[in-house]
Design a protein around this ligand. Structure first.
Ligand code: TYD
Length: 139
């Protein structure tokens, strides 16, 4: 049963160089699972929110490749907010948490690695359903 305390910032490697900086992430290492899916969110109007849902199985790592946004995680009892605004930090979010992404800055670019291929059935899109599943120990 995941709690908000299981959400962690991951410091990714960074190579600072006068030619420009470089960071990277490898699965089963910096990313603590095998990556089955990568998706990205871009052209978000400034101040917009996204991603209010939970995953039953999918773990994820979220990176702000550009700009800034907040990731809010909620385990049904507690909430935590993380501001992402550096491309060399990832946020690990285990399965079974409600999470939303808020306060996107203009020109922000969110990259997400997931542990599960896209499946509609893996999504819980109603907060009340999430709370029921959480209280019954189903996620
Ligand atoms: P959605 O999950 O609603 O975005 P957000 O997490 O920001 O709320 O996804 C938007 C649309 O994109 C939705 O119709 C499903 C589709 N989609 C895929 O087909 N594959 C994916 O991996 C993702 C993340 C979304």
């Amino acid at each position: 049963m995941a709690s908000v305390d299981d959400v962690k910032i991951i410091a990714l490697p960074k190579f600072l160089d006068a030619r420009g900086n470089l960071s990277f992430a490898e699965q089963n290492s910096h990313i603590p699972f095998e990556i089955k899916r990568t998706y990205w969110i871009y052209d978000v109007p400034g101040g917009e929110d996204r991603g209010g849902h939970a995953f039953k199985e999918n773990q994820e790592v979220v990176i702000a490749l550009s700009g800034a946004f907040d990731v809010i995680v909620d385990d049904g009892e507690n909430r935590k907010a993380f501001t992402l605004n550096r491309s060399y930090y990832g946020l690990y979010v285990p399965a079974g948490l409600w999470r939303s992404m808020e306060n996107f800055s203009t020109n922000s670019f969110a990259l997400e690695f997931g542990s599960v291929a896209y499946s509609v059935d893996d999504y819980i899109r109603e907060y009340d359903d999430f709370l029921k599943l959480k209280k019954n120990g189903k996620i």
